[in-house]
Write a protein that binds this ligand. Structure first.
Ligand code: PBG
Length: 325
């Protein structure tokens, strides 16, 4: 490379047209998945206090929201359910008339062009708030797998397009793949939350999904934030077990993980720009300490630049509106 004064990198930054032509990373509706929360009831749209602009919707209002996503050109949504009753084994998670099963049926009926991904986990459905079955204060791995498989199959039967297990039990991708295949759902992809960390950034989500653990924390199953090689082992296992898309979560404090996963595996990589990442920007913008649009677009672009092919983000609708401005 030649040096100054021959080389002047500022030449290519001089005007917007040159900046557009030399831009390496762009973000568009094609990259985005919008998460939504669904509750029992009719005509419900409860705004989530720590996630301004995000709601718990009843199925009828969810359909209206889904139509908005299609109008904006957003390809997909990921659904989280809030059950009517919680119990120790999360029964509503795999009930045929559970909230997610109802929501998926209604969405595939009313808005078939929207991709419906379902989050598979037990924490929203258990009275203790953990992602699996508890025995003597411990989350049992293998017993939980049976329930996750039942939950996945009931989502598939309801019409889910993609199954996304977020529980972090060992072996769940293989177990779910086998059950789907045995039941004729070999065409349904699995988006695995492969490197999911025990993060403090999930706080607002737990308010939204009413899924805060009632004792202890999730560190015996979600990953320890300082670990990167372990993330690569987790991703390798999920790919061996049949994952079609691998996810890193959260996104912003884990950009290095996104990059390493993309480089090592050359698989479709999803990144989850989680609730706490959203809430921080919203809160600071409300104080007028930062500019919401600029900061959100900068953050999402950095996630894409790190290597994510798709981003799950509560900013999805705003992004498309900003890009259309
Ligand atoms: C369920 C689940 C969580 C999130 C997605 N799926 C919460 C958790 O693991 O505690 C977090 C999403 C967010 O914070 O936006 N296991």
């Amino acid at each position: 490379m030649s040096h100054f004064p021959i080389s002047r990198p500022r030449r290519l930054r001089a005007g917007e047209n040159l900046r557009r032509l030399t831009r390496e990373t762009t973000i568009s509706a094609d990259d985005l998945i919008y998460p939504m929360f669904v509750v029992h009831g009719h005509d419900v749209a409860n705004e989530i206090l720590s996630m301004p602009g995000c709601y718990q919707y009843s199925v009828d209002r969810l359909i209206a929201a889904a139509k908005d996503l299609v109008a904006l050109g957003i390809p997909g949504t990921i659904l989280f359910g809030i059950p009517e009753f919680k119990d120790s084994v999360g029964s509503e998670a795999y009930a045929d008339d559970g909230i997610i099963q109802q929501a998926v049926k209604a969405l595939k009926d009313a808005v078939p062009e929207l991709l419906v991904i379902t989050d598979v986990c037990l924490c929203e459905y258990t009275d203790h708030g953990h992602c699996g079955v508890i025995h003597d204060g411990e989350v049992l791995n293998d017993r939980t797998l049976e329930l996750l498989a039942k939950e996945s199959l009931s989502h598939a039967r309801a019409g889910a397009d993609v199954i996304a297990p977020s529980d972090m039990m060992d072996g769940r991708v293989g177990t779910i793949r086998a059950v789907l295949d045995e039941n004729g759902f070999e065409g349904i992809p699995i988006m695995a939350y492969s490197a999911k960390y025990a993060s403090a950034f999930y706080g607002p989500f737990r308010e939204a999904a009413e899924s805060t653990p009632q004792f202890g924390d999730r560190r015996s199953y979600q990953m320890d934030p300082p670990n990167a090689e372990e993330a690569l082992r987790e991703v390798a296992l999920d790919i061996e077990e049949g994952a079609d898309i691998v996810m890193v979560k959260p996104a912003l404090s884990y950009l290095d993980i996104i990059r390493r996963v993309k480089e090592k595996f050359e698989m479709p990589v999803a990144a989850y720009n989680v609730s706490g990442e959203y809430a921080m920007i919203k809160a600071a913008a409300q104080q007028e300490w930062i500019d919401e649009k600029s900061v959100a677009l900068e953050v999402l672009t950095s996630i894409k630049r790190a290597g994510a092919d798709m981003i799950l983000t509560y900013f999805a609708k705003s992004v498309v509106e900003w890009l259309e401005e």
